[in-house]
Write a protein that binds this ligand. Structure first.
Ligand SMILES: Cc1ncc(COP(=O)(O)O)c(C=O)c1O
Length: 388
């Protein structure tokens, strides 16, 4: 077990970066990082980026998603839907499974239209979604699959790492993630058809066609290289923390922790449980007040903070950016002659997400020390005893 830490290795790497930078060779550190990550992911092509958002956007650009096209996304986080709108295309929200909190293959299937180009599936909280089904649905319909692995660094399904199933996969090194460089991330390209296209087009200052400079900077790569050998320790710590929370819930009917399919090993970036207390006459706001009273002030009652834009916690399609998507200010994505579909954000669009999101008790695990962890575990324990 290891708490996220920074020390002499990072300082040594910063010196390497300063020296390489003097020599205009700091991009070599980016290449070195790509090689290290690739070696841990079956030798697949890896492009370090300045964020996971960049790594979600790049594939959509590479496959040529544009106005009039639809991309299926999940409704718990904003990121996939935003990346789709970067291309002036239409995000189509599919429902989640009520117990794994991941995108539902059945709902994905229902959302496919002649306009669908891709599916972006997020591996929520560190547990890989029903990826085998998603990939086979995508194959049947000729769609591209992009895995959002921002929560799922080193997670596995059938012993295979997150990021190795879809055509592309995006990872994040932002400040909340297990490996954090403040900002940063990387794109994995499994579909070899796009490797050359990516290397020719992306990050180019004189590209063959429009591209964005999303490349990771050398200084961030230097820190990531120093941190990389510690990743497995960080994940092991969070898996242990997650186990402690779930053990504190025990058999309480008030909370149902995220269900992990049998063949999944979660990276446990976030511990999450759906509150079921309203079925037993317990009000969620009271429950949260009691939890805080016992010292559990680090838990969030919903994944999107309560009160964002003055709205109750809801699936992200209820938020202004998706409710009235304007992207670049006029027409597209949804009000334009190229779009022949009907954009939908109405109540009942994703019934499971509408139930789960407002009741999703959750906490990021990486920043916690064992001492704080034991306070929060005890708070959870006491709260559930109070309502037993
Ligand atoms: C699931 C998911 N996808 C994408 C992102 C975006 O990551 P980044 O900040 O690296 O752009 C995040 C950020 O928290 C995330 O949680």
């Amino acid at each position: 077990m290891a708490k996220r830490s920074y020390g002499n290795e990072e300082l040594a790497m910063l010196v390497r970066w300063l020296e390489a930078n003097d020599d205009s060779k700091s991009e070599l550190l980016v290449k070195e990082l790509a090689g290290v990550i690739s070696a841990s992911l079956a030798g697949r092509h890896v492009a370090p980026t300045n964020s996971a958002m960049a790594a979600l956007h790049l594939p959509l650009q590479l496959i040529g998603v544009g106005p009039g096209d639809e991309v299926i996304v999940d409704p718990i986080v904003t990121f996939a839907g935003l990346a789709v709108m970067y291309q002036n295309a239409v995000p189509v929200f599919a429902d989640i499974e009520p117990d794994t909190f991941n995108i539902s293959p059945a709902s994905v299937r229902q959302r496919i239209t002649p306009r669908t180009r891709a599916i972006i599936c997020t591996h929520h909280f560190g547990s890989i979604c029903a990826i085998d089904e998603i990939v086979s649905i995508a194959k049947e319909s000729g769609l591209i699959v992009i895995e959002d692995c921002s929560h799922a660094l080193r997670a596995t399904h059938r012993g295979i790492h997150a990021g190795l199933f879809g055509d592309f996969a995006a990872f994040s090194f932002n400040h909340r993630k297990q490996l954090s460089t403040g900002q940063g991330g990387f794109l994995v390209v499994n579909n070899t058809e796009y490797v050359e296209k990516l290397t020719r087009r992306a990050f180019g200052r004189i590209p063959e066609s429009l591209s964005w400079n999303y490349q990771m900077s050398g200084i961030i790569a230097a820190i990531a290289l120093a941190q990389w050998p510690r990743v497995e320790g960080y994940v092991a710590q969070d898996m242990e923390y997650s186990r402690l929370y779930s053990a504190a819930v025990g058999g309480s009917p008030l909370l149902a922790p995220q269900r992990l399919p049998q063949e999944n090993v979660s990276s446990a970036h976030v511990w999450a449980a759906v509150f079921k207390g309203d079925e037993y006459g317990v009000n969620y706001d009271d429950f949260i007040r009691t939890l805080r009273g016992f010292g559990g002030d680090y838990f969030l009652p919903s994944f999107i903070p309560t009160g964002t834009f003055g709205l109750p916690p809801s699936p992200v399609y209820k938020y202004p950016v998706f409710r009235e998507p304007v992207a670049y200010g006029v027409g597209c994505p949804v009000r334009c002659p190229l779009y022949e579909g009907t954009y939908d954000t109405s109540d009942g669009l994703c019934v499971n997400a509408e139930y789960v999101v407002p009741r999703l008790l959750n906490t990021v695990l990486s920043p916690l020390t064992p001492e704080r962890m034991s306070i929060y575990v005890e708070a959870l324990h006491q709260t559930l005893r109070y309502y037993a």
